[in-house]
Design a protein around this ligand. Structure first.
Ligand code: AMP
Length: 211
């Protein structure tokens, strides 16, 4: 049985791209707490209404709320998961081990990148609203401008929190909260570091070698 993967990395460090590749080539299921929260906002559910402002400001949503949403959207009996965007702090790391994984094997993958490079990556990120494919207007443009290569949709959108004024806050929150998470996995001997500035294929190979 392959281990579950726990992706840790600043916004824009390439977690979503690797998750999509591991999904299509290795059968992992991708669960992103950010995506789950954005879906609640789109549905205008009471949870969505509650978290919208916090997310628009680039701050973290409460631990309690996120774990409830995560638990409702996974089934560890049937799938191997990539946890993307969870955990974001030490308490979430402990909750993931104690209440979700409960002894199932898992490896944390840290996408290391110079923070200075992320602002350009994030402001140029576009996501297909219909199939979720991620583009970057600098490094991974769609073949035809404004049209998704995968599904042909013309709905390539910028996330509300990928605007420059919110990005700096998101990066600050990441830097302030992540080191206890890294130490937690490091101390347990479950941390793999990848250089997030390498090519998509090189990063994929490194992660695959740990499976
Ligand atoms: P992401 O798509 O991972 O960049 O997350 C977008 C936003 O969703 C974050 O800026 C937070 O407001 C919220 N969020 C996502 N995951 C978590 C989490 N594990 N804990 C708290 N807030 C989260």
């Amino acid at each position: 049985m392959k281990p579950h993967l726990i992706f840790i990395g600043a916004p824009g460090s390439g977690k979503g791209t690797q998750a999509a590749k591991l999904n299509s080539e290795r059968g992992f299921k991708h669960v992103s707490t950010g995506d789950l929260l954005r879906a609640e906002i789109l549905k205008k559910s009471s949870l969505g209404l509650e978290v919208k402002q916090v997310m628009d400001e680039g701050k973290l949503v409460s631990d309690e709320l996120v774990i409830r949403l995560l638990q409702a959207n996974i089934d560890l009996q049937t799938s191997q998961y990539i946890f993307d965007g969870y955990p974001r702090n030490l308490a979430q790391s402990q909750t993931l081990d104690q209440e979700v994984l409960k002894g199932s094997s898992s490896v944390a993958v840290y996408f290391e990148i110079d923070m200075g490079k992320l602002v350009a990556r994030l402001t140029n990120r576009r996501t297909c609203k219909d199939c979720g494919t991620i583009y970057n207007l600098l490094s991974k443009k769609p073949k035809n401008e404004g049209v998704c290569d995968q599904c042909g949709s013309t709905n390539l959108v910028q996330r509300a929190d990928d605007k420059e004024e919110v990005i700096s806050n998101r990066l600050k929150v990441f830097q302030e909260t992540i080191s206890p998470v890294l130490s937690y996995y490091q101390d347990l001997g479950r941390l793999v570091r990848v250089d997030a500035e390498k090519s998509v294929d090189e990063i994929f190979q490194k992660i695959s070698s740990k499976l």
